[in-house]
Design a protein around this ligand. Sequence first.
Ligand SMILES: Nc1ncnc2c1ncn2[C@@H]1O[C@H](COP(=O)(O)OP(=O)(O)OP(=O)(O)O)[C@@H](O)[C@H]1O
Ligand SMILES: [Mg+2]
Length: 294
Amino acid sequence: MDSAHGRLDSGDAVMRARHRMDTCGERAMKASGAAIAAESLGKVFPDGLETLRDISLRVEPGEFVALLGPSGCGKTTLLRLVAGLEAPTAGRLSVDHAASGGAPEIGYVFQTPTLMPWASLAENIRLPLTLRHVPRREADRSVAEALERVGLADFAKTLPSRLSGGMAMRASLARALVTRPDLLLLDEPFAALDEMTRFRLGEELSALQAELGFTVLFVTHSVYEAAFLAARVLVFSSRPGRIVGEAENAAPMPRQPEHRSEAAFQTVVEELRRLLSEGSASSSPSRPAPQNMS
Ligand SMILES: Nc1ncnc2c1ncn2[C@@H]1O[C@H](COP(=O)(O)OP(=O)(O)OP(=O)(O)O)[C@@H](O)[C@H]1O
Ligand SMILES: [Mg+2]
């Protein structure tokens, strides 16, 4: 089993995972992104709660993969394992930079934006760079670029309390992008937003990913969101989370709004619904039965 450890700089800011390098070397190498390989991965928390069981998966560099499953099935736990914030209790996990095989730069976007309320948007986005001691001028350029990419160039001096929910999530995305991550982990980032904002942000994320080429693991409860955004969706059972199946969406990236009305999209949605209901019917006991002490 590989050990995993990492450093969370702050909130949903960017972090660096320091997973041991996978030495098998058979992975397809592309110019950008990170690759993830897990083999029979399991997680049992110290209180005995089995959260993940026998997870085997492979994510190719630059791939957009969604993790879909019911509440409590271990999706966030899996993201935390990939980020190096938790260690697996069984199996093997490696997360590598595609070209060098070293540790990738990882961006992490949590469900809530967690911006520092006393600092301007630009200062919030600058934080991961400050923590990395990036020189001021270079950091200024990167912050301006990140704000521009998420459509917030005019709000650099604004305080987070003045932002709408959608703008705060954009800011959170900018903070994750500012270090140019190889791998972006997103944990239900749009769950709290209204449907139109959710759709728009999804389309923008799709465009950014197609342009910048980072690898994405995107956690969601929403069948529609998973089907729209991802090239491949892994569907989890109820806890302990196991992968019950996967569905591919071969539509070209970046995804356009019209894709939601295409027959191919509906087919993926139906397949995901089927897998989800199969997964929720197949949950199994995860805690050993209590010992009878009498
Ligand atoms: N540090 C921990 N110690 C003990 N149990 C934990 C810990 N973290 C998570 N769990 C438990 O593991 C299970 C899976 O949690 P996790 O947050 O990964 O689920 P999830 O699929 O992300 O759920 P949701 O969709 O509701 O966010 C839950 O039962 C949770 O209580
Ligand atoms: Mg979660």
